[in-house]
Write a protein that binds this ligand. Structure first.
Ligand code: FES
Length: 142
């Protein structure tokens, strides 16, 4: 399967790349098989709205494209709305991904959840349905 124009666009021109210094939540996840790593930064205001969102991905093109699209989709949303964003929705917004690249979009979903978890731990705000990240690799990096 060919990559869609949207995937190519988000790979070539990823949106929201970078870091947020005073982030409300940061999550880093990795995929053990391919070794790709994704870090997500969220800036969340008192109304639980994601004001800003940035990412850094050391990984394949699909991982970059999905994290870019994911940041676009959750910016301006509440934490509860961001919580409901699935990897499937990210893939659909990108016009699909080849089957072998589905796990890349899962990484994007996990990175958002990991960042939301970090925010929830720091702020004490409870987010419905949120579980501790399984692939959080923050610990191993230090
Ligand atoms: Fe693993 Fe894309 S090949 S995230």
């Amino acid at each position: 399967m060919e990559y869609s124009e949207k995937v190519k666009d988000h790979f070539m021109h990823p949106r929201n790349v970078g870091e947020i210094e005073d982030a409300s939540g940061v999550g880093t996840v990795g995929n053990a098989k391919c070794g790709d790593i994704m870090r997500m930064y969220l800036k969340i205001n008192d109304n639980k709205v994601i004001e800003d969102c940035k990412f850094k991905t050391f990984g394949c093109g699909a991982a970059i494209a999905t994290s870019s699209m994911a940041t676009e989709l959750i910016k301006g949303k509440t934490v509860d709305e961001a919580m409901t964003l699935t990897n499937k929705a990210v893939m659909e917004a990108l016009g699909g991904l080849p089957p072998v690249k589905v796990h890349c979009s899962v990484l994007a979903e996990e990175a958002i959840h990991a960042a939301l978890w970090d925010y929830s731990q720091k702020s004490g705000v409870k987010i419905e349905g949120l579980k501790p990240p399984v692939h959080d690799i923050e610990e191993k990096e230090h």
